[in-house]
Design a protein. Structure first.
Length: 105
């Protein structure tokens, strides 16, 4: 299924536009959380360790912006497309790495 949004994730100085999975949990009277899965080769060159990069991400500011893809203006109920933009801000407090899976290729 085609994704009808443009999503931009910025963690510190790193901008991520290609990711495998993004989940944002926003609860009432609780901390909001997010998780994002990206391939290692999007963060570091081939044959380099991702550990130094991942350790530098701790404490970095995160901004996530999700907005409708261009060309969908005729489907919007409101005239101002900014009414449809989701903004999420946070701080990296946990990083989890794992080995690649065949499905990731």
């Amino acid at each position: 299924m085609a994704l009808q949004t443009n999503t931009r994730i910025k963690i510190g100085e790193i901008t991520i536009t290609n990711f495998s999975n993004l989940k944002i949990d926003q609860e009432i009277h609780a901390h909001n959380t997010f998780s994002v899965e990206v391939r290692q080769d999007l963060l570091v060159p081939e044959f380099k360790s991702v550990m130094p990069v991942s350790q530098r991400l701790y404490g970095e500011k995160v901004t996530i912006e999700v907005k409708p893809a261009e060309g969908l203006e005729d489907l919007l109920l409101f005239n101002n497309s900014n009414d449809y933009v989701l903004h999420f801000s946070g701080i990296v407090t946990k990083i989890k790495t794992r080995k690649s899976r065949f499905e990731d290729l």
